[in-house]
Design a protein around this ligand. Sequence first.
Ligand SMILES: NC(=O)c1ccc[n+]([C@@H]2O[C@H](COP(=O)([O-])OP(=O)(O)OC[C@H]3O[C@@H](n4cnc5c(N)ncnc54)[C@H](O)[C@@H]3O)[C@@H](O)[C@H]2O)c1
Length: 349
Amino acid sequence: MALTPSPLAYVPFVSVANMMKLVHHVGIETFLLELTDAMEADFRRWESFDKTPRLAAHSEEGVIELMPTSDGEFYGFKYVNGHPKNIKEGLQTVTAFGLLASVGTGYPILLSEMTVLTALRTAAMSALAARHLAPEGAACMAMIGNGAQAEFQALAMKAVCGIDTVRLYDIDRAATDKVLRNLDGLDLNLVACDTAQEAMEGAQIVTTCTADKQFATILTDNMVGAGVHLNAVGGDCPGKTELHRDILMRSDIFVEYPEQTRIEGEIQQLDPDHPVTELWQVITGAKPGRTGPGQVTLFDSVGFAIEDFTALCYVRDRLEGTDLYEKLDLLADPDEPRDLFGMLLRAAP
Ligand SMILES: NC(=O)c1ccc[n+]([C@@H]2O[C@H](COP(=O)([O-])OP(=O)(O)OC[C@H]3O[C@@H](n4cnc5c(N)ncnc54)[C@H](O)[C@@H]3O)[C@@H](O)[C@H]2O)c1
């Protein structure tokens, strides 16, 4: 007797095409704002998550990483790469996909593209940090590095923090021109600049999001004025940093998960016991964030598994009532659980 597989055997799968439809269905800025709020809620319950630095496989060309976490009810992981040389070959620097599973059964409940979702979640994370650390009334941001993540970063700062001006700089003017085209008509004043220094003039929020495998110095200390909030997004691997060490020495530094950031973030340039504050503690009110108008705050972003977990849960919830997924025949589900081999035999042509 052939029984049909249990409904749990078919896993909802969100393709790139459906993810893009979902983002438009929700609205890009609403998506970024809701994702930021969802992340804030999960950061408030930080202690209920399993945490481990991500597992990184480094090569000369780049890195491939696995990022797992669980809150005891659901388990999630993301596969992500970082290959700065890829754009020269017409490929993305960062691509990703991820999975959410039930801890109770171990069965996956969602498989999703995460290249687009990573850009959204990284931007939401920058905006979440800025919501808690940027100077009050910040209206102007500098966006240094105008690659794949750039427009997402700018729009999240607009949607969450209310900025109205973005000053752009990239070593490749074609990247800046692409951002100018893409953000045209989205209610932001856009200013293309010839140097990073020029981009930072008048900016209260400065986001660096460049890609280079070697230690880079995108910003030097003399470029950073008092009271600025820095988001350093591009330095996220051993040997891959963006800020001069002197900037770090004069900043109050906020991180996601110190055990991972000390390996991968800007602070790999500092002593292993250099004081840093975990952002979740600022969000819960356990530790101070910005304490004065002259303070330089630095969010040393590397990307942590809980942010991807939040993003997957958000997508799962937002899919409800839509048909923006396919049912993937991902799990073998014999009629009698121990008869896996019998199921294979019965499939003989
Ligand atoms: N922290 C996180 O959570 C997180 C998440 C995703 C990506 N990232 C990192 O963010 C960075 C950007 O990612 P992407 O997908 O936008 O990469 P991308 O390759 O599409 O864009 C990078 C841009 O940086 C520019 N650039 C390189 N050196 C520069 C310099 N010295 N000054 C100004 N611009 C410079 C390049 O011309 C390019 O346009 C990568 O390093 C990636 O690993 C971090």
